[in-house]
Design a protein. Sequence first.
Length: 353
Amino acid sequence: MSVSVQYMDQTLREGLRRKLPAAALVLMAQELSELPVSVMDIPFAQLQETSKNLSAYQQSLRVQIKASPEEATAVCRCGLSKVAITYEHRAGESLPIGLQDAINKALQLKLKVSLNLKNASALSVEEIIDLLIKLEGSPLDSLLYSDSGSLLDPFTTYAAIRDLKNRISILLEFHGCNQYGLATANALSAIQAGVERVGTAVAGIGIPGQAAFEEVLVSAKYLLHQDTELVDQLAARCTAILSAMDEAAAVDKAVIGDNIFAHESGLHVFGIQKNPQIYEPFPPEAVGLDRYLIVGKHSGTTSLQIVLAEKGIQVSSAALQGMLTKIRQAVLVWKRPLRSTEVLELCAVKYYE
């Protein structure tokens, strides 16, 4: 069984970019702190307000700074202890004096220093190793391999991260962007290759898009067999974070959507009754959701009969047909299937018995 990966959150950074009120940011940080999130990245531009409003979460905050000793000093003065120095490397060029000065200053201030190599995916592994050799003597907390240009696919991600893991000793992080919809897949490939941390955001929210935290977490557990404990009410916590940002998850959103464990057609419902694993990749209770039956345009009397039986109701075949006709008319008008409670409200059972 593999060791559980850590998650560096980008959701709070997006909330700050949107200039959300302090109350919303506190709610987000509170919910994120209940998730398996080890780091919450925030931009330097919002350092002052964030350190004040989120003082209870200082140990989890990491500030993204430029290669600037002055910015490192400002982070220390605000009482925070982690920085990620963003740097774009040009192969063959000498290290800029500002980068080395910023690292040295941050270390002098006893900050934990991560090097965010913004264009890592555009560099070869040899070029990255050469950069780290030039930085020998500067004990970094981690190297953040960033795919800011969305240049990677899952195969190249795995190859690059695997090669790096075999050749460096410091903690390795991966942060993929989502211009081609591959951020979540690339994050899972990085985990398979042995990366210790991955950058994610709830529902993949943000610009230019991130790996979806809940998708990576659940996939790591059930597909990659990571030793990961899912927190109680995962879907509800993610939904609360999105609500604080005035966002809502689509009803069919993977892992946290309200309707992902809704089952409609007769054969489908019959299979679920016998063995839920036929249609469900993981149990709904694992993320705090419920399995439920819906009746819609694809439903027949079998589905309706099961819905009624769950409520202890039995009706004749003729009554079932009459109810089904009324339900199908409602589905056409409302343009969506009905939950069992709506079925019972729409069809007064006494009327058909």
